[in-house]
Design a protein around this ligand. Structure first.
Ligand code: CA
Ligand code: CA
Ligand code: CA
Length: 123
């Protein structure tokens, strides 16, 4: 009985670590948030909606653009300069739109108009 329990415990421990590994390897949950219809692909409409929500969500003072501190929570470091094309220190929605156009094109490696999980994980 003790043997069985021990074997069971070991099996459980193995399963737990295997599960933890799967979660660690999983692509960012951002993908699932963006994939509204859960078909495993983020198409252009879903991507645009996700990006727009991202901007709105972080626009703390509601001036329709992201300051550097507002943007720091939304984009990885180093992105700000890339997105702020006119260099005024704010990210306008149009600038984010223009940037995500390129971003999407880069992500959509096979150019089928949607970013699938593999493509999202590649970045
Ligand atoms: Ca989708
Ligand atoms: Ca700007
Ligand atoms: Ca694709």
């Amino acid at each position: 009985m003790i043997r069985t329990t021990l074997a069971f415990a070991v099996a459980m421990a193995f399963c737990a670590s295997a599960a933890a590994q799967v979660v660690a390897d999983a692509p960012p949950t951002k993908f699932d948030a963006a994939d509204r219809n859960h078909d495993g692909r983020v198409d252009r409409t879903e991507y645009d909606g996700f990006v727009q929500e991202l901007v709105l969500l972080h626009d703390a003072d509601r001036d329709g653009r992201l300051s550097r501190s507002e943007a720091s929570a939304a984009f990885p470091p180093g992105r700000f300069e890339q997105i702020d094309s006119n260099g005024d220190g704010y990210l306008a929605v149009e600038e984010v739109d223009a940037f995500t156009d390129r971003d999407f094109a880069v992500l959509d490696a096979n150019k089928d108009g949607a970013v699938d999980r593999t493509e999202a994980a590649r970045k």
